[in-house]
Design a protein around this ligand. Sequence first.
Ligand code: 1GP
Length: 255
Amino acid sequence: MNNKVEKYIMKKIEEEGSIHMTLIDPEKTDIKSCAEIAYSAEVAGSSAIMVGGSTLASQNLLDEVINSIKSKVSIPVILFPNNLSGVSRYADAIWFMSLLNSSNTYYIIDAQALAAPLIKQYKIEAMPMGYIIVGDGGAAGYIGHARPIPYNHPEIALCYALAAETLGMRFVYLEGGSGAIKPIPPEMIRVVKSHLNIPLIVGGGIKDGIAAGRAAEAGADIIVTGTMIEMERDEVVGKIREIIKNIKRKDKSKG
Ligand code: 1GP
C-alpha cells in the first residue's frame, strides 16, 4: 500500500508537535490565486494544501485547480471532498472521510461506496478519517445533514472520536464549520485528545495565531485554516508564520 503522504504527516507531527494545513476552496478563489495562495502557504511553512469546499460541484474545476497548485508547490496536495465531485486523479492523497454524525447515510457511507472504485482506479492514497461536526457546523453541517454536537458537550464528541478510532480510521477531524464565528473550545479538544490515540485535526473559525496556539495546546495535532487565508491574501505568509510559531511544540494535554 502506498501511504507516502500519511507517513510524511506522521513524521511532521512527531518532529514539530502540531502542524498546519492550508485549505483552499476552488469555488471561492480563482485558479491563479489558488496556486499563489498555495505557494505562499508553502513558503510560510504549511505542511500540506487541502482542496475542497462544501458546495463544490465541478470535477473539471477541481482538476484544473489541483494541477495549477501542483505546478507551484512541492508539499502534498490532499483532497477534502464534499461529494463525488471532490475526487481528482491529480491529487497526492484524499481524506477518505465519513461524516460520522450525519443523519443521512449518504454522507456516512454511500458517497464513499460510490467513490471507492474510482479512488482505487486512480491509485490515490486514501487516508481514512472520521469527520465530526460540532458547534454551528457551517455549510458543511448543513449540506452534510449533520446533527452538530454542541460545544458544551465534549463528552459526545469524544464518543464519536473513539468510534472512529475503534473502527480503524486513522485520523479524527473536529470541524467547527468554515468561517465559524467561534472556533472549537479548547476544552472540547482537550477531552477528545486525552482519550484518543490517533491524530486529531481541528478546523473552523481559527483566524489567528492565538486561537491556533490554544487549539494546539489543547491537543490538536493538525490545525486547518481556510477562510483567514482567503480574506487576508496579501498577508498569507505573515499570518501562517504567526500560526506556525504559536503551534510548534506545544505541551499537548494528552494524558
Ligand atoms: C473548514 O475547518 C476548515 O472545513 C477551515 O475552516 O475556513 O474557518 O478556516 P475556516
